[in-house]
Design a protein around this ligand. Sequence first.
Ligand SMILES: *Cc1c(COP(=O)(O)O)cnc(C)c1O
Length: 392
Amino acid sequence: MSDHLQPETLALHTGIHRSQFNEHSEAMYLTSSFVFDSAAQAAARFSGNEAGNIYSRFTNPTVTAFEERLAVLEGAEMCIATSSGMSAILACVMGLLSSGDHIVASQSLFGATVNLFNTILKRFQVETTFVSATDTSAWQAAIRPDTKLFFLETPSNPLTEISDIAALARIAKQRGILLAVDNCFCTPILQKPLELGADIVIHSATKYLDGQGRILGGAVLGNRELLMDGGIYGFLRTAGPTMSAFNAWVVLKGLETLKIRMQAHAENALKMAQWLEAQPKVQRVYYPGLTSHPQYKLAKQQQTTGGGIVTFEVKGGREAAWRVIDCARLISITANLGDAKSTLTHPATTTHARISQEARDVAGISEGMLRIAVGLESVKDLQDDLAHGLSD
Ligand SMILES: *Cc1c(COP(=O)(O)O)cnc(C)c1O
């Protein structure tokens, strides 16, 4: 597909390989294996001398269609789809790292990513040093001779801290370190980490890429050499956390509306953030699209809008925060995000409950903090819903 097309066009017209029936909507290939014309062809496929599908743990045409579409949107040479966002991160580290290697990671990462690095990878002698998402010099200072990977997500969850991707990419490149960015919150519509110098982009397709809270999925993107020779594809093909054809079909169709959805999420979120800032019961609002955000300027350079996640602190601690949740009739009480339906979470007792009080204090996650993943409802209706629990 040619380079001059805009993202919303590419999201509709990339990855189309029609069958002999000439279907308009992409076909779903629910098959575990593929048939060969002859023994010789089977041998040629297995040896790699002939391109083509063999078995859906390796490749599947529906999964390939999703991979091609997302790769074009991220500006990546290659995409490998996975069964979840976490298995994308696992494939990345299992492919690229060996025992004795070291990671420098943001201390504001998705909870399961922290657990993966801190508990599971540690058992295989891969150590991680966690540093501030926003303090670039801390990343530089944490580098050791055995450091192989920088890992971050920006904006972070739930505080929407912004890491300077271009600055960290320069430091990483100088020291021969790879930079991986979890681009789940922004999607390629709002931010393209590879253009800013990152080597790898990670996605949880579960979130905005699907956009309707239906499936689990993930993806690793980067250049072909890194993904193939770097062992990421090899890990997936061998160990098996590949994306199912059904999930690939769902998220392939999700990508078709990604741009228009991301714009609507961000528009609603900005209005919500501005409204929350004016509420007497709200102490502080965290949203990269607000001029009050400490990294508003950097966010503006790096991403096209503030995105769909707004975090705010209510006066009165946990009791007041839970009241806002329990008084909401429209907004769903669930930890997922990136859904067309708005969701409301109390991080301290849910997504971040498994980390210690001290770690929460360091990360700035207070008892009065709430995270809203702003959906596609009328923002007026959403504000009215939050107002129930923010009144006297
Ligand atoms: C949800 C999430 C993940 C994990 O994705 P799953 O699909 O749930 O495995 C990773 N990173 C971020 C930023 C997320 O929000």
